[in-house]
Each structure stands twice: as C-alpha cells, then as structure tokens.
Ligand binder design. Structure first.
Ligand code: ADP
Ligand code: MG
Length: 363
C-alpha cells in the first residue's frame, strides 16, 4: 500500500502580480514550507516534495513522474495530475512552453514522460516487444471530446471487468517512438486550439487527459501485460465569484467547480471511511472522476502536482489548492501489475460496436 505522491510547485511571480503584495510562502526545506495567509495566519505544510520558484522542470519529472513511467512500462498503471487555479503553472508544468522544439531545460512533464517511456522500452526490448497507443481527450462542460478526431461526438465512458474504465470508441493511435508520439500530441493540442476558437472558450476551462496504453508481449513465455499511463492537466480551480464571471463563462466555471468538487468528494469518501466500512464512492458524479476511477480507486500509482502562485494576492486560492493536496495525500493505493497468461486468452478490446457485449453503459 503506497500513498499518492503529492508535491507543490510555486511558480515565479508573474508580471501581473505586484511585488509589493509580497509572497505567501516561506521555504523551510525540500518538503516543508510555511504558508502565510492574508490575515498573517501561518500554516506549516509538509508534502512529499516542494518545488520552489527556481525549480527545474527536470527535477519535477525525476521526482514525480519517472518512478511512475518506469512502473507503467512494467504494466503498473500510473496517473499524474496537475491541479491549481488558472495561471498557477499547470500547463507549463505539464507541457512546458511547447511540446516540440522548446529549450531542453524548459521541457514539461509530457515530453519527458514520452522520452522516458521510449528509453525504457528500448532498453527492455530483448525481453519483450512493446506496443504503445496514445489517446487524447478534453472534458468540457461534461462532454468528452476526442482530440485526435474532432468529428467524433461525445465519447462515452464504460467499464470492463478486466480492463477497467474505457473510453468507448476513442481514437487510439499506435506510436512507435518518441518523435511520432510528440507529433501526435502536437496534432491533438492543435485540435484543442481549433475547438477553443470554435467554442469561444479558453483551455483553462477544460480538463485535458493524455492516455498511453503500453502493452508488453513477453519474448520468452507469451505473457501479455498492459500498463495504462494517464496525464491530466485540470481546468482552473478558482471560484467563480472571485473572477466575476457571467453568462457562458459562469456556466463553465460552475461546471468546472462541480467536477473539481466531485474529485474532492471522491477523495473525501476514499479517505474518510474506516477500513471496515464500505463507503459509497461517488465516481459517477462527473466525467472527470469516472475517467480517473481506476486511478483514484487504488489500481494505479498516482502523483499530484499542486501548482501555486507565490503571490499574497492569490493566497486564498493557494491555500485551497494546498488543502486539496493534503487531502489527496491520504489516498491509499495498491496498484497491481496486469497480467494475461497468453496472448490468445486476452479479452478483445472494447470498441463502439462491441460495447454492449463487453462493457456496461454507464452514462
Ligand atoms: P495554468 O495552466 O495553471 O492556467 P500556465 O501554465 O498557463 O497556467 O501558466 C501561466 C503563465 O505563467 C504562463 O505564461 C507560463 O509560461 C508562466 N509560468 C508558469 N509556471 C512557470 C514557471 N515555473 N516558470 C516560468 N514561467 C511559468
Ligand atoms: Mg492551463
């Protein structure tokens, strides 16, 4: 049984943040800091790791993602989530300034995960052959959009006994190396931008999930194992009343708050019950929690990066982000390596036409 890895990252002050407002964080060490709110009350936080303003992107990957990538290549599911208010650095941490062609040291988690995954696959090639498939979806206003094929409608979420949560009919593209995977991710992000323009929305108003399926066929004994690795860049967690949103923007904010509250409620339900009592876990309250059900339910290693502004002007949002992280720290996970004895006995994957046979329709 392992805990979820929870880290905080404080980005540098932005040009919009007034230096005279001061900062809300005082470093103690690499795991502990003091947070000071706008009434000068102090709270000490202890997390798995704290990345302060000058932290390198590589150090975040090494601590938070590399162990999960290593496990995913060995068929243990993994999930990496960035959480925080809009502008706190979630996308910068996840993507960096760009997926391709950005400074090596500025590369975000996603391109590093792709490189790390294929490096490990290359070094394990003598023992197994690997097939990596990539899907990319966006959750906007409780609809799941396929970012690799915008012509597909709302993707349905289904559940299968052996494979867990599945996105029915989602585009899954096999990628044979890191260049191909990065190219595909760029296509998905370009599609996301097209959708944003069409719908007149900002990417901070939707959740974006990158899903890798890594199948391993053993060279020696025909065993087949599959690891799922999911990276999620969440929508901004700020409260609608603070931003003064109206109309469509207010509806978006309400939907985001609902899904992030649903995530919080799932975490509360998972962490508040005694071990003897079986709690009802409200995974079905949002698309986000349904997609993350396997991860939250324990069959996945999980890391959460709580992205924060260091400015006093954002202190209340930062405190709420940190409290969310502290709650998530109590989730217990015991991920198991998947194993199917022989390629022949492996269940057929779900597809749109086979849904009723192999999965339950849940939505
Ligand atoms: P979010 O995705 O949480 O809304 P972004 O990742 O888009 O926020 O970050 C907001 C702005 O701050 C962007 O211009 C981004 O480049 C910058 N930024 C965020 N984190 C860092 C960082 N650690 N170092 C430098 N710039 C950063
Ligand atoms: Mg963002």
């Amino acid at each position: 049984m392992s805990n979820v890895t929870v880290c905080a990252r404080f980005r540098p002050l932005s040009s919009k943040e007034n230096r005279d407002d001061g900062v809300c964080v005082r470093a103690i060490d690499s795991e502990t800091f003091v947070f000071q709110d706008d009434k000068d009350d102090e709270f000490t936080f202890n997390l798995d790791r704290v990345f302060y303003q000058d932290s390198a992107q590589a150090s975040i990957y090494d601590f938070l993602a590399l162990p999960i990538v290593t496990d995913a290549v060995n068929a243990i599911n993994g999930t990496i989530i960035t959480y925080g208010q809009t502008g706190a650095g979630k996308t910068y941490s996840m993507e960096g300034p760009g997926i391709q062609d950005c400074d090596e040291h500025k590369k975000g988690l996603l391109p590093r995960v792709v490189d790390g995954m294929f490096d490990q696959i290359t070094s394990s090639k003598d023992f197994a052959s690997y097939t990596v498939k990539l899907s990319m979806v966006e959750i906007y206003m409780e609809k799941v959009r396929d970012l690799l094929d915008l012509s597909k409608g709302n993707i349905q979420i289904k559940e299968n006994k052996t494979q867990g949560i599945l996105l029915s009919g989602v585009t899954e593209v096999p990628v044979s190396d890191s260049t191909e995977a990065l190219q595909l991710l760029c296509t998905g992000l370009a599609n996301r931008a097209v959708g944003e323009t069409q719908m007149n929305m900002s990417s901070s108003r939707s959740h974006c999930a990158y899903l890798f399926t890594i199948q391993q066929d053993s060279v020696t004994d025909k065993r087949v194992k599959t690891g799922k690795l999911i990276l999620v860049d969440l929508a901004g967690s700020e409260k609608a009343d603070k931003t003064g949103a109206e109309g469509k923007v207010l509806d978006e904010a309400k939907t985001i708050n609902k899904s992030l509250s649903a995530l919080g409620n799932v975490i509360n339900a998972l962490t508040s019950g005694s071990s003897s009592k079986v709690n009802h876990i409200p995974y079905r309250d949002s698309k986000l929690t349904r997609i993350l059900q396997d991860a939250l339910g324990g069959n996945s290693r999980m890391a959460l990066l709580c992205c924060c502004s260091p400015s006093n002007s954002n202190a209340s949002e930062t405190l709420s982000t940190l409290r969310f992280g502290m709650r998530a720290k109590h989730i217990k996970a015991s991920p198991r390596a998947s194993e199917v004895k022989s390629a022949k006995t492996q269940e057929e994957p779900c597809s749109v036409t086979k849904d009723e046979k192999c999965g339950r329709v849940l939505d």
